[in-house]
Ligand binder design. Structure first.
Ligand SMILES: [Zn+2]
Ligand SMILES: [Zn+2]
Length: 315
C-alpha cells in the first residue's frame, strides 16, 4: 500500500464512527452535530488531503535526499526502531503543535482546526490545505537526519493524525490512568476550549507525557465546562474563508505595520501580538499623535484573536 494513502484508506472507519456518534447524540444532544458544520469539515478534509498528496510529491524526495546524504545514523529495523520512530515523531508533533499556537505564521494554518464551536468526531476532519505552505513538513526533517526513511516518516506522521481522530468527541469521559499517558478525549476537549484556563494547553498528539513534562498540561474541569472555538469567533461555514481568513489578516497587518520589527512580529510573533500593536497605536492616537492602525479593531484581551476583524467583516 502507498503509505501516503493511510488516512484515505481509513476514511470508511472515520465516517462510520462519525455516523455512530451522530446517532448516539441525536436524542441526548441534537445540537452536537450540524449538517452545515459537518459538511464544512468534510470539505476542508478533502481540500487538505489534496494539498497533502501534492506536497508529499515534493517533500518525500527531499527527505530521501537528506536521508541518503546527511543522516548521522541508520535506525534499527524491528520493534526497537518502531518505538523510537513513534516516540521521536510524537515529540516533534508536540513541538509543531505548540509552535502552531504561538507563531502566527503557523497559527494561520492551524486556526482552521480550532474555529468550530462544536466538537465532535467530524471536527478532526477540519484541517487547512495551507499546512504545507506554513511548513509543517519542516518539523519532521530531523527524523530523516537521524536515520528514518521517508516511508517511515510519512507513515508515522499519518498514523499519529489517525489516532487523533478518536480524541475529538464529547461522548467519552475521563479514562482513569490513561489520562497520564495518552492524549484522551478529555485532554483534547480542553485543548479545543477557549476559556482562558484552557487556552494554549494540551498540545499532545498521542502521548500526553510531553505536556506534563513541559508544563503545558491542564485538566478538564467539571467546574468550568469547555467552550469550544476561538476567542473571537469566525462564524462562517465557507471553507475558503475558513482556510484563508487569518492569512489575509496577517498580510494586511504586514503591509500596514511600519518597521521591520513590527512586520516580523506580525508574521512570526504570537497570534495575539497584533492587538498589543493596535492598542499601542490607539494610545498614541489618544495622545494626539497621527499614527493610525489600518483597521478598526479594538485591542484584544486574550490569545487567538487574530481573526477578529476579518470574522466581523465576513459574517
Ligand atoms: Zn491546536
Ligand atoms: Zn483537535
Amino acid at each position: 500500500m502507498n503509505v501516503e494513502l493511510i488516512l484515505l484508506a481509513l476514511a470508511p472507519v472515520f465516517v462510520l464512527c462519525i455516523g455512530i456518534e451522530a446517532w448516539y447524540w441525536r436524542r441526548r444532544n441534537p445540537g452536537m452535530y450540524s449538517l452545515k458544520d459537518t459538511a464544512s469539515n468534510a470539505t476542508l478534509a478533502l481540500m487538505h488531503q489534496g494539498a497533502d498528496k501534492l506536497a508529499w510529491l515534493l517533500i518525500v524526495p527531499f527527505y530521501a535526499w537528506l536521508y541518503d546524504h546527511y543522516r548521522i545514523y541508520t535506525m534499527p529495523a524491528g520493534w526497537v526502531g518502531f518505538v523510537l520512530l513513534f516516540v521521536v515523531q510524537d515529540f516533534l508533533y508536540y513541538v509543531f503543535h505548540r509552535a502552531s499556537h504561538r507563531i502566527r505564521w503557523l497559527w494561520a494554518a492551524h486556526v482552521v482546526h480550532h474555529s468550530s464551536e462544536r466538537l465532535n468526531l467530524s471536527t478532526a476532519f477540519r484541517q487547512s490545505l495551507m499546512y504545507p505552505v506554513a511548513g509543517m513538513w519542516l518539523f519532521w526533517t530531523p527524523m530523516a537526519l537521524i536515520g528514518f526513511t521517508p516511508v517511515q516518516i510519512v507513515g508515522v506522521v499519518l498514523l499519529n493524525l489517525a489516532f487523533q481522530f478518536f480524541v475529538h468527541t464529547q461522548a467519552i469521559p475521563k479514562l482513569g490512568w490513561l489520562e497520564y499517558v495518552l492524549n484522551t478525549p478529555s485532554i483534547h476537549r480542553a485543548h479545543h476550549a477557549r476559556n482562558p484556563r484552557y487556552i494554549d494547553r494540551n498540545y499532545a498528539g498521542v502521548l500526553v507525557i510531553w505536556d506534563r513534562m513541559f508544563g503545558s498540561y491542564v485538566e478538564e474541569s467539571e467546574a468550568e465546562p469547555c467552550e469550544f472555538g476561538i476567542v473571537d469567533q469566525i462564524r462562517t461555514h465557507n471553507p475558503i474563508t475558513l482556510t484563508f481568513h487569518e492569512w489575509r489578516t496577517m498580510a494586511r497587518d504586514v503591509v500596514a505595520m511600519k518597521g521591520w520589527r513590527n512586520k516580523g512580529m506580525a508574521l512570526f510573533g504570537p497570534p495575539e501580538w497584533r492587538h498589543a500593536w493596535q492598542a499601542a497605536q490607539l494610545t498614541q492616537l489618544a495622545a494626539g499623535q497621527t499614527a493610525m492602525p489600518s483597521e478598526g479593531g479594538l485591542p484584544g484581551t486574550a490569545k487567538r484573536v487574530g481573526s477578529v476583524n476579518v470574522s466581523q467583516k465576513t459574517l
